[in-house]
Design a protein around this ligand. Structure first.
Ligand code: 3PG
Length: 420
């Protein structure tokens, strides 16, 4: 056991049915019914192979997309294809989560076979809005449909979804109430590394926060500044735009409309309060990039054309950020600086990741988009640590016990490891 949680070493898996929650959440390529990145699936391969090679019937549960953002809400069939290619073995897929079709598919698995269920967030009880509104306890989660239907079919529950460990949802925290449970290899590795890292990061410690997961970014900013972990927080993406707008900078009507269209106006007063308190530490973009007629253009604050939104940081900002990254001893990055998937708006993200590859600082990158960017700019091998989790890492930094860690510890104390 590590941290009061069972590991895979403590169970004999031969012939068992293992219900394993993974995080395969990736941006979707809608036109081609495919995934834009496979990083998180690759990261789960060691656990998948270990369980299947040990002769267990492996049932994988995963979410794809969020009911809140609703951009990548999709089925998990492409994930089964990708996983099958990666491990060179058939991964069965069923268009059901816990109904009769899924249960029959589980019952007919043979030793060593692997089945991926459909997107667990197709079940209402698994949705993040449901979690936020109802805030079910772990005992209540054990009574949800998905857990009640699936738990009786399994011998062991394994959670390898470190990237989703900040979510308090039934497939993450409910099974542990009812059955022996362990963390998977990826979960174990990520939890150990970040626990050590956050104890005493070498200074100066720079955080680079961007992207569009606004609530995650603001929690993180508040935490690392409040605890004195961060010496500087460099901002970009939608996070940067909200801060600029909140502090009275003109970022163009298009950018402001976008903030309101996405219902992020609540963050404007929060951003203002945070900046007032930590203006010496929060670094805002001093210029921006936008795209007009398919071409990248740059402007100073106040000059973004009214109807066009800024979708990257500008060249001056890039220089300043690169220098701060080079001078740091620890750099932590969560979220891109702009829409890096497209060439005219990738300059900020590209520059930040290239600087991460060049700096002598210890570098940590977290979150799905950042992992994808690290791959795109070919710096993954030069980074200190790449964590699949973004939101999970942030919650970890707040010092709060992660809901999944709490649930796994509970299972560790209630059911313990298997006596081999
Ligand atoms: C992530 O992408 O950070 C994890 O998969 C969790 O996703 P969520 O923020 O939609 O819960």
């Amino acid at each position: 056991m590590r941290f009061g949680i069972c590991t895979l070493d403590e169970f004999n898996l031969q012939g068992k049915t293992v219900l394993c929650r993974v995080d395969f959440n990736q941006p979707i390529d809608w036109e081609n019914d495919a995934l834009k990145s496979t990083a998180r699936i690759e990261a789960a391969v060691p656990t998948v192979k270990e369980i299947s090679d040990a002769g267990a019937k492996l049932v994988l549960m995963a979410h794809q997309g969020s009911d809140i953002e609703y951009q990548n809400f999709y089925n998990t069939r492409p994930h089964a294809r990708v996983l099958g290619d990666l491990i060179g073995k058939e991964v069965k897929w069923v268009e059901d989560v816990c109904g009769p079709t899924a249960r029959e598919a589980i019952k007919s698995l043979k030793d060593g076979e692997i089945l991926l269920l459909d997107n667990v967030r197709y079940c209402s009880e698994e949705q993040t809005l449901f979690e936020m509104k109802l805030n079910l306890s772990h005992e209540e989660q054990a009574r949800t449909q998905v857990v009640k239907k699936l738990a009786p079919l399994g011998d062991l529950y394994v959670c390898d979804a470190f990237a989703a460990s900040h979510r308090d949802q039934p497939t993450l925290c409910g099974f542990e109430q009812l059955m022996p449970s362990a963390m998977g290899r990826l979960f174990e590795k990520e939890y150990v590394v970040i626990s050590e890292l956050m104890e005493s990061p070498e200074k100066p410690c720079v955080f680079v926060l961007g992207g569009s997961k606004i609530s995650d970014a603001f929690i993180m900013m508040e935490t690392v500044l409040g605890k004195g972990v961060a010496d500087k927080v460099l901002t970009g993406g939608l996070v940067g735009n909200i801060l600029l707008h909140a502090t009275g900078q003109d970022i163009g009507k298009g950018s402001v409309d976008f903030i309101y269209a996405k219902n992020y106006e609540d963050y404007i007063p929060k951003a203002k309060a945070l900046y007032d308190k930590y203006s010496d530490k929060i670094v805002l973009p001093c210029d921006l990039g936008y795209v007009e007629g398919g071409e990248r253009k740059e402007c100073t604050l106040g000059d973004v054309p009214a109807e066009i939104g800024a979708i990257d940081v500008g060249a001056e900002t890039i220089k300043i950020y690169q220098q701060l990254i080079m001078d740091a001893k620890t750099v932590f990055v969560n979220g891109p600086m702009g829409v890096f998937e497209e060439a005219p708006s990738e300059a900020g993200t590209k520059a930040v990741f290239e600087a991460l590859g060049d700096t002598n600082a210890y570098t940590v990158v977290g979150g799905g988009d950042s992992v994808t960017a690290a791959k795109k700019y070919k710096v993954t091998d030069k980074l200190g640590y790449v964590c699949t989790g973004g939101g999970a890492l942030i919650r970890f930094l707040t010092g709060e016990e992660l809901p999944v860690v709490k649930a796994l510890r509970y299972a560790g104390s209630k059911f313990g490891p298997e006596k081999k």
